[in-house]
Write a protein that binds this ligand. Sequence first.
Ligand SMILES: C[S@@+](CC[C@H](N)C(=O)[O-])C[C@H]1O[C@@H](n2cnc3c(N)ncnc32)[C@H](O)[C@@H]1O
Length: 222
Amino acid sequence: MASGAESSDPAGAAGISPAFRALLDAEPLAGLTVLDVGTGWGRLALLLAPRSGRVVGVDREAGLIEEARRRASSAGVANVRFVVGDVEVEELVPFRPDAVVAHLCMSDAIIERAARALAPGRMFAFVAFHRDQWRETGRRSRFAYDEAQARRALARAAFAVEHLQVEREVRAFASVEEGLAAAGAFEEKWKAEGRWSRYVKFLEEGGRTLTRSHLVVKARRT
Ligand SMILES: C[S@@+](CC[C@H](N)C(=O)[O-])C[C@H]1O[C@@H](n2cnc3c(N)ncnc32)[C@H](O)[C@@H]1O
């Protein structure tokens, strides 16, 4: 998950969609406590820190939290705190967040916990994998939502949706080799997840696409 672009991109903006950033930019965060769930190495937390009161990033992977702390320190960002924790098991209430954000880490358990932690009027914004993400690999991520499913989960948790869009990019290839090369960076991960052989089969049977599809959401606690 760590990126080699740290020195040229200390705030971690690379890889976060412009649409999501625009939604966050429109939100006044000065003086507020922002909670970034599934923070990874702190990409989103470090992006938001300069315009927030303080940011807390939580991730269950201790190694990623160490990396996030190292990046915050080397970028001189003092108003972030990174904590090891499981956001689908632990409550978010103790963090006393004024806003909850998440980038590619979403589940009904997280939505429910965000709802319990936020006061009415407070923002919950996230990017989630859409169900069509890497559809050519034949497996849906456990974090994936479609539009209706996301709307239902948010409504159940008393969030009013202000913005919901699908960002989709379908890459097309001229050959099997091109398709394999495009997914080369994922080979080990996909092998571990049982996706790789299904993607190879898809290409061998004439498939020539690879789909990236994300859901971008901004909601408010009612
Ligand atoms: C696809 S990565 C995204 C990381 C980061 N938000 C980013 O965009 O760079 C998903 C992250 O969620 C974390 N994660 C998944 N389930 C979690 C849970 N239940 N509690 C805390 N972190 C979790 C993983 O460890 C991983 O770092």
